[in-house]
Design a protein around this ligand. Structure first.
Ligand code: 16G
Ligand code: MG
Length: 538
């Protein structure tokens, strides 16, 4: 079906008349675009944790350079690649680019580096020579393969203009685009991978939602009536949730959808809002006691669950989702292959109670920390047969090795849990599968988080450098030792400060077993930091 859809798109919407380049690249058409959409003066964008992201008005020139690079990548690898125009959980006025490699994963570090290099070129001559360097360094025969890019966008109004620039650039580079319109980020990852690889396996060719439902049908056997409440963040996830809700209805699962593009994107709603404020999203304050609720983010690659318990907001974050998944996967597969390795990957923000719970309940599961950013967790998870990875903020999935996929049950599960990045819809369906074994209340009470708090610190983040996945400071020199002395005053506490990879600020995380210590340690830490640089706490 997907292949048919793509072929259709090739035939009907893509008209490329002159695409014959032999070994050298003609950049004339790219030059015209470059000059028509200059980089704002003084703006030097950098490929960040999840791609480029900024106010939409700043991004024209970035889109042109990144799209040109992706055509070269596709030409090199002779497979489709992807470009997603989204700024995820960020405000409506922002936008951004997520760049997807032919495997369905995010682009690798070499291409991240090229992307930053291209974005920092001041003149077209530099852009041209950087593109030529990529061609020669990687020995790309630019005339041999056209270069196909699947493009998608979230629901932001600025998306249309940026997508138009993407298309123009792709054509200018002699490539072709396949426009998927408004899709979730994980859907685009899936589509890129499916269009390149899984041609032999019938169900892998299914469109995204059908593929999810195919796996769900095999794993979900309950007849009980369920009701779930989904906050769609007024984003692109709402479009797919309408479809999913219809399917789930036939399984006796009623899905109540909230914030389905009747308000502002990510405004007082969405996964990030819910996780950071520990409050109900807009229009959901009146949910019933113990109702199953969840929030997607703006491009539906993350999800957190929540409920009203004893009349209070209760969060089931990425850590808790990981625990539920591990509980489901642990027993059945432990016996299949004794060498099957299982790991849970988390970031420094995982609560201490979570790691303690895993150690106690699932002693053979390896526990690994990774740098903040879903791509880092994904890379670590790939080192194991079963790599469960979740950020506390709800980004995550489970990666399975080729060996693990030999097992039929695991192979089915792998269709629900994205093999490329976090996926709110796949994770939601898998949670429903896992709730057949563990009741929602049991899940809520699995363990109690240790008291913790995260604050934003406004100061010069360029002075700060970290090691140990962001848990320890290397720079400013001597500061880490001073912090550790302060932390030692509070038993069983954890505290770190790291420069944000997405915003111009620092993030301070404090966790203590004793709730009264949290604010005290926070104040002490800020006092130490303030002796190095001016800090404003928010
Ligand atoms: C981005 C990342 C997210 C990470 C966050 C950290 C993706 C798709 N998104 O949103 O995983 O948690 O950045 O931001 O990778 P920070 O560096 O500002 O704390
Ligand atoms: Mg997102």
């Amino acid at each position: 079906m997907l292949t048919e859809k793509l072929i259709n798109l090739y035939d009907t919407t893509i008209i490329v008349k002159h695409t014959v380049y032999i070994s050298t690249m003609d950049f004339t058409r790219l030059a015209a675009l470059f000059h028509a959409y200059p980089m704002p003066i003084g703006y030097i964008p950098k490929y960040g944790t999840s791609g480029f992201r900024d106010h939409a008005k700043l991004l024209d020139a970035v889109v042109i350079r990144a799209s040109a690079m992706m055509v070269l990548r596709s030409k090199e690898i002779k497979n489709h690649c992807g470009i997603m125009v989204t700024a995820s959980h960020n405000p409506e006025n922002d936008n951004g680019l997520k760049l997807i490699d032919y495997t369905g994963d995010m682009i690798n570090e070499e291409f991240e580096h090229y992307a930053t290099q291209l974005a920092s070129c001041q003149s077209f001559e530099y852009v041209q020579s950087t593109l030529n360097n990529i061609i020669s360094e990687r020995n790309i025969d630019v005339g041999k393969y056209t270069g196909y890019i699947l493009i998608g966008q979230d629901t932001r109004a600025s998306g249309d203009h940026l997508i138009t620039l993407c298309k123009k650039t792709i054509l200018a580079m002699g490539g072709k685009y396949i426009s998927l319109g408004q899709v979730t980020t994980p859907e685009l990852h899936y589509s890129v991978a499916s269009s390149n690889f899984n041609m032999k396996s019938v169900y892998k060719k299914l469109p995204y939602i059908n593929n999810l439902m195919y796996a769900f049908r095999k794993l979900y056997h309950s007849n009980s009536y369920y009701e779930i409440n989904v906050d769609c963040a007024n984003g692109v996830g709402a479009l797919r949730m309408f479809e999913l809700a219809q399917h789930l209805y036939t399984y006796n699962i009623k899905v109540n959808l909230y914030n389905t593009n009747n308000g502002k994107l990510n405004d007082l709603c969405g996964a990030d809002y819910v996780e950071k404020t520990l409050d109900f999203p807009a229009n959901m304050h009146n949910v019933h006691e113990n109702a199953i609720c969840c929030s997607l983010d703006g491009d539906a690659d993350r999800i957190v669950f929540f409920s009203k318990n004893r009349n209070k907001f209760t969060l089931l974050n990425g850590d808790k989702i990981a625990c539920l998944i591990i509980k489901y996967l642990y027993n059945p597969f432990d016996n299949i292959e004794s060498e099957t390795s299982m790991c849970v990957v988390h970031t420094p923000y995982a609560n201490g109670a979570f790691t303690t719970y895993i150690k106690d309940m699932f002693p053979s599961v390896h526990i690994q920390c990774a740098e903040t950013g879903v791509k880092y967790l994904h890379r670590t998870a790939k080192q194991y047969d079963i790599g469960v990875y979740f950020e506390s903020n709800g980004h995550g999935s489970v990666h399975f090795s080729q060996q693990a996929l030999q097992n039929k049950a695991i192979s089915t599960i792998s269709n629900l849990l994205s093999q490329y990045t976090g996926d709110a819809l796949g994770d939601l369906l898998f949670v429903l599968v896992a709730l057949q074994q563990t009741s929602f209340l049991e899940w809520m009470y699995m363990y109690q988080d240790y008291p913790c708090k995260q604050v934003k610190l406004y100061g010069d983040k360029s002075l700060f450098a970290t090691t140990d996945f962001g848990r320890k400071l290397l720079q400013p020199e001597g500061l880490q030792d001073k912090l550790e002395k302060v932390i030692a005053n509070y038993s069983h506490s954890n505290c770190f400060v790291r420069p944000s990879g997405t915003e111009d600020l620092l993030r301070l995380y404090v966790e203590c077993k004793n709730v009264n210590h949290v604010e005290m340690l926070l104040t002490d830490t800020v006092t130490v930091l303030s002796s190095y640089t001016q800090i404003e706490v928010k």
